[in-house]
Write a protein that binds this ligand. Structure first.
Ligand SMILES: Cc1cc2nc3c(=O)[nH]c(=O)nc-3n(C[C@H](O)[C@H](O)[C@H](O)COP(=O)(O)OP(=O)(O)OC[C@H]3O[C@@H](n4cnc5c(N)ncnc54)[C@H](O)[C@@H]3O)c2cc1C
Length: 509
């Protein structure tokens, strides 16, 4: 699948002045805010301290569209891990220029909350995204080796550690299912071993699994999302001086201008800038991708809205627990339920809807994490890992609460309780102590009902590509996604079959 035609050749781009803006968004009397639906607007404070909205929602506030003040081959919307890795792949493997535009800043979205595990152990070889995961694993390993080759230490550069992962259960009944899972992994070419609880204790003394056991996948690794993003920003910015890169922050994309001849997107508008786009626009705005496209869908009368919903997650970062150090990354087996989303008839309206706004809350009662410790409106499955600073990261929750990213104590308590079932040393740590000794991160995973990321061209709008819907795997799948997207732009098909991820037939008006 290519957006560049069969040849995949592109015209040499003209050099231009590159604007590298890191606006604080805090100019006098001006504030960037989001609505509960995930739309961005600027508030302007008047002298009397009254506020005036100057750009509520997508498409409003850019009337009398400005002529483009700068031009690039590719405009990437969203500077999360997906947008940044796509920008990096374009810069390092083609001659094209890239502008990346974010409503806030890198790590403002789900990426900033990510735990950082890059694991095959909890995946199911029958999943559609299995090949993309496999490829991404390979690309992350290459990325780490390239760091070494360039004289950088992958641990300090991106928090890279090959810790291996343990997928754990603490009952004999579940242990049988786990053994079957290990067999499937091995059958699919993953080096995995089933270990009974006693053997697990020897390699991970803090774990207590009763008559359960664990799947050990020694090849699994982890990164630190914030470090990886900082490195990607630095690497991308190196192309700024060649006029090939612009990072436009605190700049929500509000509107697009289309060509009157073929309907392709010609200009991307933010409140203060209009960027001409010569080749493609990549929508990589995570959970916000839907609301950005929803308003223009109406104006263009085209079914281009992805059924992406924000699925909030909490992660506890505990500091100062020297008695609880982990050697591996841990995840309870029930977490895998999140990777086998049920395709129920309730989801069909997400694809056929004439009324996209009702998506925001309608499926709030849909599966959180089946069989996992679950309250009325959220689910928790235990994940635990150490970050490069030696902090214990405990996750994670899943809930549909719109675009709210506030923390909930009942969710955090649930995370602590669930973790202490596997790590008894935590049983004596109260939530107050835990929060007092650490931090809480929340983020909005870009959830899609069928569980398969949307990667590829949007039918009806030449040059518009989607790269979203990675839910709880965006850090992992980022490099494979970037390779796929850039392959579509250049017409050079990569090793993963991209048709499985095609947005065609999965979008609504
Ligand atoms: C608690 C938690 C733990 C996780 N752990 C892991 C893990 O261990 N491994 C893993 O692989 N994945 C993990 N994930 C999932 C992973 O973080 C996400 O899948 C990934 O970050 C999604 O990246 P993204 O770039 O698509 O979206 P985001 O990171 O959400 O980026 C979207 C960007 O778009 C911007 N934006 C929004 N609106 C606009 C607009 N109008 N104009 C311009 N820009 C806009 C936002 O500001 C944001 O920066 C975790 C998620 C959570 C919440």
């Amino acid at each position: 699948m290519s957006i560049a035609g069969a040849s995949g050749l592109w015209k040499p781009h003209k050099q231009h002045l590159c604007l590298h803006q890191r606006s604080t968004g805090k100019k006098a009397g001006r504030r960037l805010t989001t609505t509960p639906e995930g739309k961005f607007f600027f508030s302007v404070c008047r002298a009397s301290s009254q506020r005036r909205e100057v750009g509520v929602g997508v498409g409003v506030g850019v009337r009398g569209r400005k002529k483009a003040d700068t031009d690039f081959d590719i405009v990437v919307v969203g500077a999360g891990i997906i947008g940044l890795t796509i920008a990096n792949r374009i810069l390092t493997t083609t001659n094209l220029s890239v502008a990346i535009v974010d409503a806030a800043q890198p790590c403002a979205g789900a990426t900033g909350a990510g735990q950082g595990y890059l694991w095959m152990g909890h995946r199911n070889p029958r999943q559609k995204s299995w090949d993309l995961a496999n490829r991404s694993k390979h690309l992350w390993e290459e990325f780490a080796m390239d760091l070494v080759a360039s004289g950088l230490d992958p641990l300090s550069a991106i928090g890279w550690r090959n810790t291996g992962s343990l997928l754990v259960v603490n009952s004999g009944e579940e242990a049988q299912r786990m053994q079957a899972h290990v067999e499937e992994l091995v059958g699919a070419g993953v080096h995995a071993d089933y270990l009974p609880a006693s053997a697990v204790r020897e390699i991970e003394p803090a774990l207590c699994l009763g008559d359960g056991g664990a799947a050990l996948v020694p090849g699994d690794s982890q990164i630190d999302a914030a470090l990886a993003v900082a490195l990607l920003c630095k690497k991308n910015s190196a192309f700024h001086s060649q006029g090939r890169y612009m990072e436009l922050l605190q700049a929500p994309v509000l509107q697009f201008s289309r060509s009157s001849t073929d309907g392709s997107i010609e200009v991307v508008h933010t409140p203060e800038h209009s960027i001409q786009c010569r080749r493609a626009v990549v929508m990589a705005a995570g959970a916000w991708s839907r609301s950005i496209l929803a308003t223009v869908a109406e104006e263009w009368a085209l079914p281009i809205i992805p059924a992406v919903k924000p699925r909030k997650g909490h992660l506890l970062v505990l500091e100062g627990l020297p008695y609880l150090q982990l050697k591996h990354g841990l995840m309870e087996f029930e977490y895998t339920a999140n990777y086998n989303p049920v395709q129920t008839p309730q989801f069909s309206h997400l694809l056929d809807s004439q009324e996209p706004d009702h998506l925001d809350f309608e499926i709030s009662s849909q599966p959180t994490a089946a069989g996992v410790m679950q309250d009325e409106d959220f689910g928790v499955a235990m994940t635990a890992s150490m970050d490069p600073s030696g902090h214990l990261l405990l996750g994670s929750s899943r809930e549909f609460t719109g675009f709210d990213v506030g923390t909930r104590n009942e969710v955090l308590e649930c995370i602590m309780r669930q973790a202490s079932k596997f790590l008894p040393a935590l049983a004596d740590v109260s939530l107050q102590q835990a929060i007092g000794s650490g931090r809480v991160r929340t983020g909005l995973r870009p959830y899609v009902p069928d569980g398969t990321p949307l990667i590829g061209p949007v039918p009806g709008v030449p040059g518009l590509l989607l790269a979203t819907g990675h839910e709880g795997s965006g850090l992992y799948l980022a490099l494979g996604t970037a390779e796929m997207v850039v392959g579509m732009i250049t017409g050079i098909e990569g090793p993963v079959n991209s048709t499985l991820y095609s947005p065609a037939g999965r979008l609504s008006l």
